[in-house]
Design a protein around this ligand. Structure first.
Ligand code: NAP
Length: 266
């Protein structure tokens, strides 16, 4: 392997997802001291899941700020393992990597596939979901994440069951709601129980994809509930894989061969 431990290859891992945390654990155990990972987080969560390696927190200041960072830190590879709805950081990662000629790989969760008994209503964004949720039920299970809850403020005729991964920084702007905290993966039995206990009539979710939060869709299907599904923004063009293992295989092909070009300080 190129990249000796006294001069390791530097990888910037854009994170904020379970997959990124898994990569921060898997990359050092696969490639050892020859690589050095920095996980980058936006800083939305107060107590992020601890990961091995360096962690930096906060925005870069757009694609130019990110390009400056990549150059200053002599990053060799950019792995974009952000959430499929985090479209801006992915666009910046593409622009900055292209400007410097750096290899960039996206980890894109496999999208969920609609099944015959599903009652999905696909909408463009949270505002569109908010406009229709009250027509579909009086008790809604809202799993869109803290950043999109404001779109549902002002709805008076729906009681929301809100699930977040971490306590919100501010009181939720919802008239009637119950907050529960939970980080996937969730089982079908858990999701079925939740829908029944709260007498849920409609589920509102982002089309995030991946296995960890898919069970709620099966539970909704079983109960024949409508699901308001926020469409995924289009992914950035570029190389992409669908799993942590796919990222490791991609790195293997690059680290195993000719030493890659690093972003230069000059
Ligand atoms: P976004 O709209 O794509 O990004 C907004 C800005 O936040 C970016 O322009 C960037 O600021 C900063 N940023 C985002 N991700 C960052 C990262 N990993 N490291 C450093 N700066 C980052 O992102 P978002 O939808 O707010 O998501 C923020 C974070 O939460 C991401 O890490 C994402 O993986 C995670 N997350 C998002 C969702 C979701 O539904 N959107 C769900 C679960 C987890 P600058 O322009 O200043 O660099």
């Amino acid at each position: 392997m190129s990249g000796a431990s006294d001069n390791p290859l530097r990888i910037l891992l854009l994170g904020g997802t379970a997959e990124a945390a898994a990569l921060a654990r898997a990359i050092p155990s696969r490639f050892g001291a020859g690589v050095q990972i920095t996980t980058s987080l936006a800083g939305r969560t107060e107590r992020p899941v601890p990961v091995p390696g360096a962690v930096r927190i906060g925005g870069f200041g757009g694609s130019e700020g990110l390009a400056d960072y990549l150059r200053a830190e002599e990053i060799a590879f950019v792995i974009d393992a952000t959430h499929p709805f985090a479209a801006r950081i992915s666009a910046h990662a593409r622009a900055a990597s292209e400007a410097l000629g750096l290899p960039r790989l996206m980890l894109l969760r496999p999208p969920w596939r609609r099944q015959p008994l599903d009652r999905w209503i696909e909408v463009e964004d949270a505002a569109a979901a908010a406009a229709i949720v009250g027509k579909l039920g009086r008790r809604a299970f809202l799993t869109v994440g803290a950043g999109d809850i404001a779109a549902f403020a002002g709805i008076e005729d729906v009681r929301f069951l809100v699930r977040l991964v971490a306590p919100p920084r501010q009181v939720l702007p919802l008239r009637f709601h119950t907050l529960i905290l939970g980080r996937g993966p969730f089982t079908l039995a858990e999701e079925r129980h939740l829908l029944q206990r709260h007498a849920i009539e409609v589920l509102v979710t982002k089309a995030s994809g991946g296995a960890a939060t898919e069970a709620k869709l099966a539970a909704a299907r079983e109960a024949s509930l409508p699901v308001v599904m926020l469409r995924r923004p289009p992914a950035e063009p570029g190389e992409a894989v669908a799993s942590v293992e796919g990222v490791l295989a991609w790195l293997e092909t690059r680290i195993g061969g000719v030493p890659p070009q690093r972003a230069s300080r000059s």
